[in-house]
Design a protein around this ligand. Structure first.
Ligand code: NAD
Ligand code: UDX
Length: 462
């Protein structure tokens, strides 16, 4: 099957950048990204994209209007496509059976029903969203029960491995593309059709094909393993602080073992992002559902350790500031869950700010990319009393404003600009002792100390 027209349902952090890359690399394929979120689509069609990613503007500009289109006309986009990516959200379910663990599959189901309603002829449906293993069966059953007589479908799994902040790099030179399909002749043809799309720029040896269930499960497992490494090194960061060891030195020492490798060993105030926690919870729920409580208990520890890491950071601040932060101004540098993104989902900053606000601290937040409304909304959603937000939260337009009159600063996102702050200006603006809590081990510790700051760095013993 020769793919000439692609549609993607969901214009979010995955759908937008992924389809922009396909369109840029495959000028012979028409690509339409469809979403019912009118504002989001308007932003994708404007000069101010809804997703901040280094290099993304250029990729979008190179193809938009030529073979890349963003539209709210979902039905028309489905009708004209040979291949449909489903890239809708799959958040953790917050109600009913499996609440707090299972993936909420309502958007997947609504996408499948819409595809069934509109489709004629043969179409390939591709799960791009991260979903529980066996979701393809549910999609196939919805399609079979609701489609027209002349409509036929193949369902593939093609999980996305991009990381935010490096999406363009990850998409243009991926470690691998994973495609799962049915082991029938029709399934094999569908897999080959999708392989041919990626083969326009990805070497064939990097395109892995598997059965459907291996592909669906591999996505959850990849994220669980990555998060597990962070929780492992974060657990050791606490031991380093207690013993006088230095977690960065330990990471370097173990990471040079080629069996361990150096990546994802940077201790932090805790991992965030829309994926790790959600996908581990999803894995845990699957294990529980399949009667494997020991496996579930093993993986849930990764999240528990991450929550503990965030709360022990807050406790460190409170204890150091003479056991009370009530009424004290604390500058928070960084609100995004990592550098080079405007995404704040599950950011460690949310938990730290929430807990400090509950201690009645005065919080002054600076982040170079996150807008004030998102910060306020995240804190409301985290359960902070809106009145407390009104009276105790200030959003600042520079790190110096945030630190003016502050008892302490806490660095929570590893933005490059935090590495080169004017320390004299910061110090002069702060109350003394001027405390620094570096939750990312990115600030120049020796220089800070030389300027008179009292410094605590995650994973560094005294
Ligand atoms: P997102 O919330 O940013 O975007 C999802 C979009 O889907 C929303 O704009 C929503 O309006 C739209 N949508 C919902 N139902 C729809 C429908 N029926 N038709 C059209 N649009 C519809 O989510 P995201 O971060 O892009 O994640 C999407 C999926 O990709 C999730 O399953 C996630 O786990 C997975 N994933 C995300 C990342 C990441 O870095 N964010 C990486 C890999 C995988
Ligand atoms: C992750 C996966 O990396 C990606 O493959 C998947 O498709 C989506 O989920 P993402 O969440 O965007 O990507 O970013 P990632 O770079 O994995 O960082 C996640 C969190 O872990 C961030 O808060 C980051 O700061 C933190 N982190 C990462 C650490 O604390 N230490 C590390 O060594 C690496």
């Amino acid at each position: 099957m020769n793919i000439k027209s692609i549609c993607c349902l969901g214009a979010g952090y995955v759908g937008g950048p992924t389809m922009a890359m396909i369109a840029a690399k495959c000028p012979h394929i028409q690509v339409t990204v469809a979403d019912f979120n009118v504002q989001r689509i308007a932003a994708w069609n404007s000069d101010s994209l809804p997703v901040y990613e280094p290099g993304l503007d250029e990729v979008v500009r190179s193809a938009r209007g030529r073979n890349l289109h963003f539209s709210t006309d979902i039905k028309a986009a489905i009708a004209s496509a040979d291949l449909i990516f489903v890239s809708v959200g799959t958040p953790t379910k917050s109600y009913g059976i499996g609440a707090g663990r299972a993936a909420d599959l309502r958007y997947i189901e609504s996408a499948a029903r819409l595809i069934a309603e509109v489709s004629q002829g043969h179409k390939i449906i591709v799960e791009k969203s991260t979903i529980p293993v066996k979701t393809a069966t549910a999609i196939k059953s919805i399609l079979a029960a609701n489609s027209r007589a002349d409509a036929t479908f193949d369902v593939l799994s093609n999980p996305e491995f991009l990381a935010e902040g490096t999406a363009v790099e990850d998409l243009s030179a991926p470690d691998r593309i994973l495609i799962g399909g049915e082991t029938t002749p029709g399934g094999a043809d569908a897999v080959e059709a999708l392989v041919s799309v990626y083969a326009n720029w990805v070497p064939r040896e990097r395109i892995i094909t598997t059965n459907l269930w291996s592909s669906e499960l591999s996505k959850l497992v990849a994220n669980a393993f990555l998060a597990q490494r962070i929780s492992s090194i974060n657990s050791i960061s606490a031991l380093c602080e207690a013993t006088g060891a230095d977690v960065d030195e330990v990471s370097r020492a173990i990471g040079t073992d080629s069996r361990i490798g150096p990546k994802f060993l940077k201790a932090s105030v805790g991992f965030g992002g829309s994926c790790f926690q959600k996908d581990i919870l999803n894995l845990v729920y699957l294990c529980e559902s399949f009667g494997l409580p020991e496996v579930a208990a093993y993986w849930i520890k990764v999240i528990e350790l991450n929550d503990w890491q965030k709360s022990r950071f807050v406790e460190k601040i409170v204890r150091t500031l003479y056991n009370t932060v009530t009424g004290k101004r604390i500058a928070i540098l960084g609100f995004a869950f990592k550098k080079d993104t405007n995404d704040t989902r599950e950011s460690a900053s949310i938990a730290v700010c929430r807990d400090l606000l509950r201690e009645r601290a005065q919080i002054a937040v600076y982040d170079p990319r996150v807008d004030a409304d998102s910060i306020r909304q995240d804190l409301v959603e985290a359960g902070v009393d809106p009145e407390l937000i009104n009276t105790h939260l200030q959003i600042c337009d520079s790190p110096y404003t945030a630190c003016q009159g502050a008892h302490a600063l806490a660095a929570l996102t590893e933005w490059e600009e935090f590495r080169n702050l004017d320390l004299i200006r910061l110090y002069d603006g702060m109350l003394k002792p001027a405390f620094v809590f570096d939750g990312r081990a990115i600030l120049p510790t020796a220089a800070l100390k030389a300027h008179g700051f009292e410094v605590f760095v995650i994973g560094k013993g005294v």
